[in-house]
Design a binder for this molecule. Structure first.
Ligand code: SAH
Length: 196
């Protein structure tokens, strides 16, 4: 079946970088995601001034939304172009610095300090570098992780969560025999077994 063939399919980092270069970024939502608006209360749970993590962040505009209402946002993304576009498209000044623990990685931080975006692979990061988070917005992240890396991804996410953190996960329900993506099908049963 196609689910079976998806299991072994791999989208390489090079392919992601190419998508950004070619402008094949149909996944980007200019207006932000309606489900974050709908479930924002669940994410925040009455708390303010949270640290919120955006794995595989692209140039998600929701990072700006949350920063604007007083949260501090940390994202990770392999495409430097995506991150630079993010700051440029919101006219946010930022500075760049190397990440001493990870060779070749950079951190792009808004001058106001409340948006820090790591340019590296998520698998290079750990809680000793990032600290822990009160909330996670996972949209286009777990579903973009190569199936063979899912368990590793989820285990890492668990180590990044504070005790009372909330994790909003967006997946898409569809017939994987009819549609190829986005980019991988993650059925609910798999989410249950991954996160426990
Ligand atoms: N969450 C974003 C982007 C989703 S697309 C949104 O909602 O718009 C998935 C993104 O993950 C792409 O921008 C891709 O460049 C990035 N990516 C893929 N593999 C990655 C990895 N190992 N580490 C960090 N980013 C990665």
């Amino acid at each position: 079946t196609d689910i079976g063939s998806q299991k072994d399919r791999v989208v390489s980092e090079e392919e992601w970088l190419q998508k950004w270069e070619m402008g094949n970024t149909g996944f980007h939502k200019e207006q932000g995601h309606p489900l974050l608006q709908k479930y924002l209360d669940v994410l925040l749970n009455g708390r303010s001034g949270l640290r919120i993590f955006f794995p595989l962040c692209g140039k998600a505009v929701e990072m700006k939304w949350l920063a604007d209402v007083g949260h501090s946002v940390v994202g990770v993304e392999i495409s430097e172009q995506a991150l630079k576009d993010f700051f440029a498209e919101h006219s946010l000044p930022y500075c760049e610095e190397p990440v001493p623990e990870i060779s070749g990685a950079k951190k792009l931080q808004s001058t106001s300090g409340n948006i820090s975006l790591y340019c590296c692979s998520i698998y290079d990061l750990s809680s000793s570098i990032l600290g822990k988070f009160d909330g996670v917005w996972d949209r286009g992240a777990l579903v973009a992780v190569n199936p063979r890396d899912r368990q590793r991804y989820v285990s890492l996410m668990m180590t990044l969560m504070e005790e009372n953190s909330s994790y909003l996960l967006v997946t898409v329900s569809y017939d994987p025999n009819k549609h190829k993506g986005p980019p991988f099908y993650v059925p609910e049963s798999e989410i249950k077994s991954l996160f426990g």
